[in-house]
Ligand binder design. Sequence first.
Ligand code: MSP
Length: 617
Amino acid sequence: MNKHFYITTPIYYVNDVPHIGHSYTTIAADTYARFKRFSGENVFFLTGTDEHGQKIKKTADKMGKTPIQLADNVVIRFKDLWTKLNITNDDFIRTTEKRHIEAVQEIFNKLYKKGDIYKDKYEGWYCVYCESYFADLDVGKEHLCPDCGRKVDKLTEESYFFKLSKYEKPLLQYYKEHPEFVMPQSRYNEVTSFVKSGLKDLSITRTSLDWGIPVPFDKKHVIYVWFDALFNYVSGIGYTYDKDKFNSIWPPDVHFVGKDILRFHAVFWPAFLMSAELALPKHIVAHGWWMIKETKMSKSLGNVVDPLEMIEKYTRDAYRYFLLREVPFGLDGNFSEEAFVNRLNSDLTNDLSNLLWRFLSMVEKYNQGLIKKVHVEDRYLEQEGRKAIENIKQYMNRFAFNEALEEIWSLIGKTNKYITDKEPWVLKKKGEEEELQEVLYNILSSLRLICFLISPLLPDTADKMWTQLGFLGKVTEKTINDINLDTEEVKVEKKEMLFHKFEEKIEKEEKINIDELKKVKLKVAKIISCEEIKGSRKLWKLKIDVGEENLRTLAAGLKDRYSPEELIGKNIIIVSNLKPVKLMGITSQGMLLAAEDKNNIKLLTVDGDITPGSDIH
Ligand code: MSP
């Protein structure tokens, strides 16, 4: 039987809804899966969710839900996002499914029987957030998690251990024989030096928790969430329920992971597999971390990027393009909407979308939509395209998605330049019919290859291109090779633009110079009293101290936001040299400053006590 090409993503925790980081791994895996299918591989692509463990239990408790209720809700969000992102996974495994629980228990039993799992006492530190154990040395005097910096808990309990130390030498041997096991190279070095520094046995059960898979022969223990989770790659393809399927898929060709979980995949996982006597994965590919302005995303900072929002605003292909193009796979990168919009406007709209549109418009205008059979001498574009295909295959095979896209864009650039150089509109005008037809033919031939090349990366765009270029069915390597433009006439159809420029809706700010700024006098003012203004629903009448002989009067539109008690005594900021205005019968001598968003108005104040009337520079 034709062995499947097996690709996986990590299974995502269900304590949080999906964000850009999760979508990144999944988009990369999907792109690679599509690319491999194109190359004729029989791909099996698995993703899923990791639903056991302390972290999920704690979040569920906080929300007043059971862990499974929480998981059921969040799983819907993940599945929905994968559909909306056009992800082509073949199955979705949840660790709370029967097929998974049975597989984990079966393997646990097997390893126990063979003596690789034994019972002992565990003493050490545990980070609930990272679901990781640490030695005294790792957590320091402050008892902080070396990975996330949170406080760790001390644990002493009976536990089953996995004999990880036994696999130190076999692992090192395996790394040596398979230098491409961990990619990129820098990560490979990181992993090997970690193992060289020595491996201790691993505690793999807990008695202090009940949200997990029970040890089959000792029900007061549940299996450590990472031992449980890693075996999704086995349980999700039929280990316990369809041996033939399992054998046709195993072992994995590529596990895509973030760098944060590399150790679990490149050290613990192969050791578990050696023990379970299962073949090892071919590649563990670790990518970098998406950050916002060099900082980690976090709910508390409110800077988490929501993939759904991005794809609704800019389309899913633009989102895929940005993630794969902006940062070399393996390195950390910064997500910024500004950079995103730049790529959308220049690469996708100016370079690609306009190229197709320009071409379709010319063919409609000059040729009633028809690309004729012509005698072609100049095959420069076609040759460039064929060369690009070979390079791109190599880039894709080493997960260099950004380089693949750069190469495609270079071909797009050459095609654009070809049009500018050949000036088909001049050929038309001069009546040089033969040359015009050859030029149109060449552009079509290049666009067809571009369409093929982008299809694993930007599948919607490729489909839209393919049909407008007048080809039937789906674009694949086979259809590309089957079409012979020398013998077939093609009728193109101009229907829709591939991308549209995103015009910033933010109002353009008028720039002022320093002299203009100096004209505005800002001062600190203390609110002394706050009264009603007869007949006004919005305004308070404030008396404020600006360090002058007399108090000033100010009308402030804060009535529905602040009560007099909240206002009196506050040191606020005012524009003190604004010409007085009459409002609802009172003369307002200045204007206070406040910040406003959709839901709130908040006064600007000073950070501590200061004399009323102080200048603000
Ligand atoms: N459940 C474990 C994985 C078990 S696999 C057997 C887990 N889940 S997770 O929900 O935390 O997702 C981790 C993965 O999401 C990371 O490895 C990475 O692939 C992706 N990312 C999460 N945040 C990320 C960024 N900020 N940037 C890039 N990817 C990151 O760990």
